[in-house]
Ligand binder design. Structure first.
Ligand code: MET
Ligand code: ZN
Length: 769
């Protein structure tokens, strides 16, 4: 019998239990015991679910209260001194590293004030991991034994699991040197790190684990020779230790072929590869296996929601079987299912025709099991037949096809993606029109999404308040936000986005060709989950989407107020895209819809329009090469199509966050002003990369992921430092990102301090002139 395997299951709980208790814990509303209890319930539920679905190899340690990479930093004691010094409990240290912590002193405890570690996108997904941060003083040692505890928990239920850990090379490569140790190369820590890996693996073996999954997704990136060679060092070392569990080395999200040299001859028990994304790598990866190594064939896609095509997947697995034999093949999900919603069955409102095309994490469990049975020769003809029917109905459905949209994409001409005049000319016109001071202050768009806002939105969705009542409520929210900004002296206002449940979903709901879930939550970072809309067909905008709110906001203030839109690439990346049409076509369809919206805003008198593209970087193909340059071209083209229908006097802004942005990627967008995440960078090298960026930039001055309030002095010091190398006349003052996840109290204080600091420099520089 061919085995089935799942590399990891969503840990948020079927009803977002994890979010609810972690947030309650942070607010001091539930005890740490309650927090741990809920974690345990989620894990147990997930394991049982997988067992019942007939999955043979079930992961443990795929659970985390925040992030699985941060789990390792805690486990290996990679805790920078600025956190360690407070002697918090392990879980509180963990949360402090993940989200920062600011606490007033009490009679028994000292005050705490520390920012979060850097958070970065997990490969090309919208999941964010907390970047391991090393310094010369990092002392790896085991700090707790979470993987063992969770293994034992499953074992107590009678479920033998395969613990999963990020492997040593990925852990180090995804990390960085801390500010105080910038000359430190993470990879140089390998020798010190390996014994700690061996120690935890040994403990797992002692607890009864016979195999472990070590995730080495960095193998799908471009790796230098040194890193490639380090695989041999690391896995030889682990193989030389006695009594460790058998290791399956797992990669996903791409092809490993360019790095085959790194894994050839590694003394591991088996490999896992992503064949959902790169089926063509089969021949080459199979050729490096020795006679005993197993081949885990990832065919059930962990990154999308489309029903698996059993015939296609079975054929891939069959081919693997022909190469290495039945007993060495395992049918698996392509990656952890972390990136998919938990259960399709909780969707009660989906059009049944469309619902039949989908498969969420829970359904994917059954899919791996069925494919495994099928290739083992068991009779699953009923399942195969039903599956083939769903797949063919979707292909021929008229929900997916809209001829008018297809024609419009075909007729896009080059002029549509060019602004009227080059930036310097636009700038001259805009300076006259807006008369902005030096260091203009602005925010990224959203203001706190209060409980009141959510309650009223729910009432409106449920129909317990009328559209008029809801509009009145939203307008009052907008007014509050406008008055606050006026009061503290912000220069370019925003309306605060209170009407938006989410920056992509809000637009998706108004674009034909999209569909939505009611409970399809996916973890984005920590306790922040998103409900990605699903692109099922050709995309078009039947009517204006955001004009009403923007016009209202502008009507109640004399200061310029930005119109706010989500860009085509971000709409695409933060949705589940179609898998039957290429991404470029989907982006161009979105670009045309947004172009109509930008033009409508402009015509309605909104003269500063921000089109956010925070997902631009994450969509970048993971390896350099043709795919990557093609992507950059169509991504920039989509943005420019969306924003080039307006005159020179209209100022186009864009915003980018959560990523290591390369200024070259954003140049081609030709936005007049961009804002980028900067608060956690603090790295002069990074500024210098932006020096020749011709247009204006706001370097984000504070971390909106953390409730921490920077003082005016802190803002001043930051600005001062930036001004050492960055020209004042191009410099805008703003936070890292939108404030929707923050509370009002900290938002007010932080922004007030930010504006005070900007005013200070305005005076200082004004005096110089
Ligand atoms: C993740 S980028 C967010 C941009 C959006 N305008 C906001 O302020 O929330
Ligand atoms: Zn942002």
């Amino acid at each position: 019998m061919v085995q089935s395997s799942v590399l990891g299951f969503p840990r948020i709980g079927a009803n977002r239990e994890l979010k609810k208790t972690t947030e309650a814990y942070w607010q001091g509303k539930v005890s740490v015991e309650e927090l741990f209890k809920v974690g345990k319930e989620i894990r147990e539920h997930n394991w049982k679910l997988q067992k019942q679905a007939g999955v043979d190899v079930i992961a443990s340690n795929d659970f985390s209260f925040y992030d699985q990479v941060l789990d390792l930093s805690l486990l290996f004691n990679a805790i920078p001194e600025r956190y360690a010094k407070y002697n918090l409990s392990p879980i509180d240290t963990f949360f402090a590293m993940g989200r920062g912590l600011q606490k007033k002193a009490t009679e028994t405890e000292a005050a705490v004030d520390v920012t979060a570690l850097e958070m970065v996108k997990w490969f090309d997904s919208n999941y964010h991991y907390v970047r391991p941060t090393f310094s010369h003083s990092t002392q790896f040692k085991l700090n707790g034994q979470k993987p063992v505890d969770e293994f034992l928990e499953a074992k107590a239920l009678g479920i033998q699991t395969r613990p999963v850990l990020v492997g040593p090379l990925s852990y180090l490569t995804l990390g960085k040197a801390d500010k105080d140790s910038l000359d430190l190369e993470p990879l140089s820590l390998l020798e010190k790190l390996l014994p700690v890996y061996a120690e935890i693996l040994k403990k797992l073996a002692d607890a009864g684990a016979t195999s472990v999954q070590l995730d080495e997704p960095v193998l799908v990136l471009d790796l230098d020779e040194k890193t490639q060679a380090a695989f041999k060092t690391a896995y030889d070392f682990l193989a030389s230790q006695s009594g460790l569990p058998a290791i399956t080395l797992a990669t996903y999200f791409g092809t490993v072929v360019p790095n085959l040299g790194a894994i050839k001859d590694l003394p591991v028990a088996g490999f896992h590869f992503d064949f959902a994304r790169n089926p063509e790598q089969l021949d080459e990866v199979a050729s490096i296996l020795n006679d005993n190594q197993t081949l885990s064939v990832g065919v059930v896609d962990g990154r999308n929601i489309w029903k698996n095509d059993f015939a296609k997947s079975s054929a891939i697995v069959q081919k693997a079987i022909e190469k290495v034999g039945k007993d060495r093949v395992v049918v698996a999900t392509s990656s952890s299912l972390l990136h998919t919603p938990v259960d399709l069955e909780s969707e009660k409102k989906l059009n049944p025709e469309i619902k039949d095309w989908f498969s969420f994490a829970t359904q994917k469990l059954a899919e791996v099991a069925v494919i495994a049975k099928n290739v083992s020769g068991e009779d699953v003809s009923a399942e195969l037949e039903a599956n083939a029917k769903s797949v063919s109905t979707r292909a021929s459905s008229n929900i997916t096809n809209n001829e008018a949209v297809q024609k419009r994409v075909q007729s896009i001409d080059e002029k549509m993606s060019r602004r009227l005049s080059p930036f310097p000319e636009r700038l001259a016109v805009q300076e006259k029109a807006f008369k902005l001071p030096l260091f203009p202050t602005t925010t990224i768009g959203s203001f706190p999404q209060t409980k009141d806002i959510r309650i009223n939105r729910n009432k409106f969705v449920k129909g317990t308040i009328t559209a008029e009542e809801y509009e009145k409520f939203i307008n009052a929210e907008i007014e509050t936000v406008i008055r606050f900004q006026e009061e503290i002296g912000i220069d370019i206002l925003v309306h605060g986005e209170p009407e938006r449940n989410d920056m992509v979903q809000y637009f998706g709901e108004q674009i034909d060709g999209y569909t939505f879930t009611t409970n399809g939550w996916v973890q984005s970072y920590g306790s922040r989950y998103v409900r990605p809309p699903i692109i099922v067909g050709d995309l078009s905008r039947p009517k204006p989407m955001s004009v009403k709110e923007s016009v209202y906001a502008q009507s109640i203030t004399t200061k310029p107020c930005k119109g706010m839109l989500t860009g085509p690439v971000t709409c695409l990346r933060w949705s589940f895209p179609r898998d039957d049409v290429d991404q470029k076509t989907q982006a161009l369809q979105l670009a045309l819809a947004l172009r109509d919206e930008v033009n409508d805003l402009d015509a309605a008198g909104i003269k500063i329009i921000q089109v956010d593209e925070p997902a631009l970087r994450e969509g970048l193909p993971l390896r350099a090469g043709q795919d990557r340059s093609d992507y950059l071209k169509w991504a920039a083209e989509s943005f420019r199509i969306a924003t080039s229908g307006v005159g020179n006097e209209t100022q186009i802004h864009s915003h980018f966050c959560y990523s290591d942005l390369d200024p070259n990627h954003i140049k081609a967008l030709d936005a007049d002003v961009v804002s980028i995440e900067y608060s956690k960078k603090d790295d002069p090298k990074y500024i210098s990369e932006f020096l020749d960026y011709p247009n204006h930039i706001g370097l984000g001055l504070f971390d909106i992921h953390s409730p921490r309030i920077p003082s005016t002095e802190e803002f001043k010091a930051k600005i001062e430092k930036i001004l050492e190398s960055y020209p004042a006349e191009k410099f805008w003052v703003n936070p890292d990102c939108g404030l929707k996840t923050r509370g009002w109290a900290e938002t007010k204080e932080s922004l007030t301090h930010m504006v005070e600091a900007a005013k200070f420099f305005r005076e200082k520089y004004g005096a110089k002139k």
